[in-house]
Ligand binder design. Structure first.
Ligand code: ASP
Length: 595
């Protein structure tokens, strides 16, 4: 392909090219004037090449080069020359040469930039408003490269394993993934709305009924939720569904896919199979269903030690069916009063009444609670938690779930304070399995599905569904966790109409609602639905972690800010009254308040 602008890109010239003539094009990264000789760092997608304008050799081009400003777009023609010894730049692959220019064409000028491109800018809204400039920065471009590479590896891997990439509708019907839907009014069917898919869950199951057997899609999903660092209203999932598969085969397919992604991108060696722990163990030992296993600091159960304690707080918790647990932050007796105070506030914010602790300093147990503890209790504590001088022990007492959750959050906070997360960038993957099928919602006063209503109960727990103990059923569900972040989840599915109806009944969905919302699925299950299961991986999160980025916004070309706005184009924006009329809808927000 010949181009009038360039004969080669800005990342390719090396010392062996010295003497040859080339034309380069790109953006002026920087301009330096050394006593009339102008040096330009010329940048394109491939890299940077230094260009020199010498007035005595190319008077016209040099004259013009004086006027160049950062981010002007130019094309230069010249001779590749080795840099003088001592002036090479080892940081650049092209650092041994420079292009001595004799012609310069300015293709377009750039106005002064709203922010410098060579610094990390904290004003993210400004970056997002000028996203096309922000994306010119090297790290951002690298993130887009990585994203492309990972998607390609995924497609090639799944293609080799017999998967079909199939697109499912964006204008679709509400799916109960647990978040709020984005709605799109239908002009042709006034008064009705499409929902943007929270996930292609039902479509992919229907593709299994259709006999596709192995489906995947790099699928855009939409959830109208409050935003956080790793959430966006629209995000991308690698969505997979397979027929006639057992759980462990699905998990190992994903492990192999991840191994392939890492081998091609980071050369990380990871061992498979990934560790698997049950939901119960994850909560019990780590205080989280997405445990960060890069450090220890485990939760220990101490309930047996305090069954007849004089310390009322512990005793009452146990008498009302709760637990007493603790973590030992080794060597952290040096914690400040302010830090203890902040930890206590964290505990209270998550439902604890307070945060009992013991600091061990110079052989002395310093704590407001030691006076309530008997010497036997102290001795048992010492040996159970391996308490040594310099340690800090933090307690939780109350209902199991609350205590674990509180100590789990304290655990993460202490890991930060004590710098316990190794900086070796090792990737700790693990599967959390055997989730409960149902969870009680205080707010709605009903049982909800922990994953979604299509998740299959464990076969051995199926009889429980017809008993009073139905809420104790576990699900054939699994989550993939990387360094304490959930990066995916899935399950084997219900494929029998009757079982699906039973599940809907448990979830309080009336037979009429079942027909209205899920009639298509129930009907499909009556026409020979195969056993199937699947998973979805959060692609943005995975790429964020592999890129070492801080937010998923850094791996998405045009993300929304934390108010759900796309600042560059100004979406969302008010609609014209005519558009609303055509859609048969009216806004209740007075025009003066519309942003
Ligand atoms: N549809 C689910 C989700 O988006 C994943 C799955 O069960 O495959 O979380």
């Amino acid at each position: 392909m010949t181009s009038p602008y360039r004969t080669i890109d800005c990342g390719s010239l090396r010392s062996q090219d010295a003497g040859s003539q080339h034309k380069l094009c790109g953006w002026v990264q920087s301009r330096r004037d050394h006593g009339g000789v102008i040096f330009i760092d010329l940048r394109d997608r491939a890299g940077i090449t230094q260009v020199v304008f010498r007035p005595e050799e190319a008077p016209q081009a040099s004259q013009l080069a004086h006027s160049l400003r950062t981010e002007d777009v130019i094309s230069v023609f010249g001779t590749v020359s080795k840099r003088l010894p001592g002036t090479e730049n080892p940081k650049l692959p092209t650092g041994e040469i420079e292009l001595v220019a004799n012609q310069l064409e300015i293709l377009n000028r750039a106005e002064p930039l709203p922010f410098p491109l060579d610094e990390r800018i904290s004003n993210e809204d400004l970056r997002l408003t000028y996203r096309y400039l922000d994306l010119r920065r090297k790290e951002m471009l690298q993130n887009l490269h990585l994203r492309h590479r990972i998607c390609k590896i995924i497609r090639d891997f799944l293609d080799r394993h017999g998967f079909l990439e199939i697109e499912t509708p964006i204008l679709s019907k509400s799916t109960p993934e647990g978040a709020r839907d984005f709605l799109v009014p239908s002009r042709l069917n006034p008064g009705t709305f499409y929902a943007l898919p929270q996930a292609p869950q039902q479509y992919k199951q229907l593709l299994m009924v259709a006999g596709c057997e192995r489906y995947f899609q790099i699928a855009r999903c939409f959830r109208d939720e409050d935003l956080r660092a790793d959430r966006q209203p629209e995000f991308t999932q690698l969505d997979i569904e397979v027929s006639f598969i057992q759980r462990d085969d699905l998990l190992s397919l994903i492990e192999n896919l991840i191994r392939e992604i890492l081998a091609h991108t980071h050369q990380h060696q990871i061992s498979t199979p990934f560790p698997r722990i049950s939901f119960h163990e994850a909560i019990n030992r780590f205080g989280s269903d997405k445990p960060d296993t890069r450090f220890n600091l485990l939760l220990h159960d101490l309930s047996d030690i305090f069954t007849s304690s004089d310390f009322k707080v512990f005793r009452n918790a146990l008498d009302s069916g709760g637990v007493v647990k603790a973590i030992n932050a080794k060597g952290f007796a040096s914690i400040t009063t302010g830090q203890i105070q902040a930890l206590t506030e964290l505990a209270v914010a998550h439902g604890a009444k307070g945060l009992a602790y013991i600091k061990v300093e110079n052989g002395e147990w310093k704590s407001p609670i030691t006076k309530f503890l008997s010497s036997t209790e102290k001795e048992s504590l010492r040996s159970r938690l391996n308490i040594c001088d310099g340690d800090l022990v933090l307690f939780g007492a109350g209902q199991w779930q609350t205590v674990c959750n509180v100590l789990g959050r304290i655990r993460l906070r202490i890991a930060e304070l004590q710098n316990l997360i190794p900086s070796d960038k090792k990737l700790h993957f693990l599967w959390v399995v055997d989730f409960p099928l149902l969870e009680w919602s205080e707010e709605e006063a009903k049982w909800n599905a922990v994953h979604h209503p299509f998740t299959r109960p464990k076969t051995e727990d199926l009889p429980l569904l017809d008993s009073e103990k139905f809420s104790q059923s576990r699900a054939e569900a699994y989550d993939l966790v990387l360094n304490g972040v959930e990066i995916g989840g899935g399950s084997l599915r219900i494929h029998e109409a009757q079982l699906q109806e039973k599940m809907f009944n448990i979830l309080g969905i009336s037979p009429e609602q079942q027909q209205q919302l899920f009639g298509h699925l129930l009907r499909a299950f009556r026409f020979g639905a195969p056993p199937h299961g699947g998973i979805a991986l959060g692609l943005d999160r995975l790429i964020m972690l592999l890129a070492g980025a801080e937010t998923i916004r850094d791996v998405i070309a045009f993300p929304k800010n934390n108010r759900g706005q796309e600042l560059m184009t100004g979406a969302p924006a008010p609609a014209e009254p005519r558009q609303l009329r055509e859609l048969a809808i009216a806004s209740t927000v007075p025009p003066t308040l519309r942003k």
